[in-house]
Ligand binder design. Structure first.
Ligand SMILES: [Zn+2]
Length: 336
């Protein structure tokens, strides 16, 4: 996970999600910056990276909202002053990150309540970043709510959660909510391109698209796959395909549709020997079939195979023999 940390966005303009970048930009430029943000969305969509950028923008010595009005020169953190550096290194006294999922969550919220009135000690603002905020106990929520109701002017809250529906409405209503939806292919590519430029590696558009496809909207997963490919120096299209288990998937579909059980099973065995992740593999098979279905919606064979594979896909998550659900699906489909 070195790349994900190294190449995470450091500026507002580097935020890969277009809507988030624009929203954060205009909120930080506005006359009254919100005193509480709520970042919600699935894992790996950049909530924590964004929270740290906001913390830097509000504390950077070179950001002065009164001087100019253009985004690029006013609200971007410099990443060089003592405040920015301390936030980057995780040592800033006034930027407090709390993991609500940890046992210390409740103690930390109590401490927050006790110390919140004190002025910032080195920066301009005290920033409380509370990750997985839905995990707080009722008692901790009540403590938090009190501080959210009447926050001191020197405090900004950034709450982050993967499960906003578990938050009390009273908390949500006090925050400016920003939704981090799954990243689009374009946004994932933007993020991967930052890594590619930084590492000076060459990779084809096709290979890039394969990575994007298997990342399912997660920046973290996309960068993780690319990191593995770079570290093993396996960057050709074939290498990347193998890495994410897409090799030969069209072949397998053809073989199965021709009801050739023997060849199908030996192809699955080959995937197993290659160390294929079967959940990703079945997913890619389904994507191939889905495309065939859209091209030819009347094809009942394709529809039938999709149903078998969908069941295999969900069973893959619970089996101890990873290739078994796919083998069973193939056998059942072929002998039907
Ligand atoms: Zn700075």
């Amino acid at each position: 996970m070195v790349f994900y940390r190294t190449y995470r966005p450091k500026l507002i303009s580097q935020l890969d999600k277009t809507d988030v970048r624009e929203r954060i930009g205009s909120l930080l430029q506005s006359k009254s910056v919100p005193h509480a943000f709520l970042f919600s969305g699935p894992r790996g969509t950049g909530k924590t990276s964004t929270a740290r950028i906001v913390a830097k923008a509000l504390n950077c010595e070179h950001v002065d909202k009164k001087v100019t009005t253009r985004v690029a020169t006013t609200i971007e953190p410099c990443n060089k002053c003592s405040n920015c550096l301390a936030i980057i290194n995780g040592t800033h006294m006034d930027v407090i990150e709390i993991d609500a999922a940890s046992n210390r969550g409740i103690d930390e919220i109590r401490e927050l309540r006790d110390k919140i009135a004190l002025s910032p000690s080195m920066g301009k603002k005290k920033i409380y970043i509370i990750d997985e905020v839905h995990m707080l106990t009722r008692e901790a929520f009540n403590a938090l709510l009190k501080t959210l109701e009447e926050p001191p002017v020197h405090v900004t809250f950034i709450l982050a959660t993967t499960e906003p529906h578990k938050l009390p409405g009273t908390i949500i209503s006090r925050c400016v909510q920003i939704t981090f939806s799954k990243a689009t292919d374009q946004e994932l590519k933007r993020s991967l391109n930052r890594v590619i430029a930084g590492e000076k590696v060459e990779i084809s558009d096709k290979a890039l698209s394969l990575i994007v496809k298997s990342a399912d909207g997660s920046f973290r997963d996309a960068v993780k796959i690319l990191e593995q490919a770079v570290s093993e120096n396996r960057l050709s299209d074939a290498d990347i395909s193998l890495l994410i288990g897409l090799t030969g998937n069209i072949d397998l579909i053809e073989i199965v549709l021709h009801r050739d059980i023997k060849r199908a099973l030996s192809s699955i065995e080959e995937q197993y020997q290659n160390g294929t992740d079967f959940s990703l593999y079945i997913q890619s098979l389904l994507e191939g079939l889905h495309e065939q279905l859209l091209e030819n919606p009347e094809n009942t064979e394709v529809k039938k195979l999709i149903k078998y594979l969908m069941r295999a896909y969900s069973e893959t998550k619970t089996t101890s023999i990873p290739q078994l659900p796919l083998e069973l699906a193939v056998i059942e489909y072929c002998s039907n």
